[in-house]
Design a protein around this ligand. Sequence first.
Ligand code: GLU
Length: 400
Amino acid sequence: MASSASGLDEPMERLHREWREVVQARRIVVKIGSNLLTGGGEGLRPDWIAARAQEIVALMATGRRVVVVTSGAVAAGRPLLKLNRPLASVQEKQAAAAAGQGVLMRHYEEAFDTLGVHVAQALLTRDDVENRQRYLNARDTLKTLLELGLVPIVNENDTVMTDQLKFGDNDTLSANVADLVDADLLILLSDIDGLYDSNPRIDPSARFIPLVERVTPEIESMAGGVGSLVGKGGMATKIKAARMAARSGCRMVLTSGFRKDPISEVFAATPVGTLFLGLENPLPARKRWIVNARVGRGEILLDAGASAALLQGKSLLAKGITDVLGDFSRGAVVHCQSPDGQQVAKGIVNYNSGDLACIAGRHSRQFEGVLGYLGAEEVIHRDNLVLTRELRVSASIQQE
Ligand code: GLU
């Protein structure tokens, strides 16, 4: 391997260079898993939580802002149900989460209050980030809390969630929160010390990977199947979180929460865990939301001229629309298809499907006569459009 003037191997030098940026992070999301909170036993460990609160308050004293995404509601609630057996149904898990969330918050409250810092609970669901208005509200509230010097403590709102509407695991939730608050660093505290090229618990020759520049299919294959390693989703959900964080331009450090000072150590000069880099030119927040948004049952078919205009960065006008498929309301996110059947863009539409069908192929001068009201000139404004090409560049997008 090539050695440089610093005496470090080239990849190591790159890692150290990138780590200097990690240390500079100002807005940080720390994700804490259940195994750490319970230490493998019943109930939560208040001392462990108190020690993490100390680390976080020390970071805040340097002007940094921190959001905690925490698991542990189910783990804290389970003993309170007094079942003396594992939880058997979704309802029992939701009941445990309902019973345990308060206990979990009490521990965080006590730990931070002692240090003169207040916490604020935020329970989110996937709906909250997929619905544009709720997404904006959640974003504003979290940012306001950070500006006011509180520590938001976020968990999934397990009690009301159905499987279809879940984030499902707190790794995914934490990457969504990092995106919401424009974090520059996401720290996943786990019970494994980073990424290996195979499962180190069964393969003694597993190689540690200190730096991931991009989440490629090869990196994904290292995660193995869901649940192959630790936590609720195993390594797969951690890689998925890294992919999403990268798309927001946010770095992610996966490190062991069993280390002595797992959070402070990230801000020391020596790299710990695995560092996943973020995209250098992330899409703006509005476009990122569109990328993540679920597409309703609707599609807009374009003529060749409109497809070409979109690719040149123009807005979508009704004139270039040949057909409207499916049923959608104004403000929905829909796909746009070129005449050769390719999906060219995804965007927020200014008309519902019924009205759009009436104005398709027409000039905006005719809108008022046809619809009885004067709507927007653009069917999808270019600020509300993400080209499929941009999705690919982001490299990490799960398209519907
Ligand atoms: N939200 C769950 C809880 O608080 C945990 C989900 C996870 O650990 O990924 O118990």
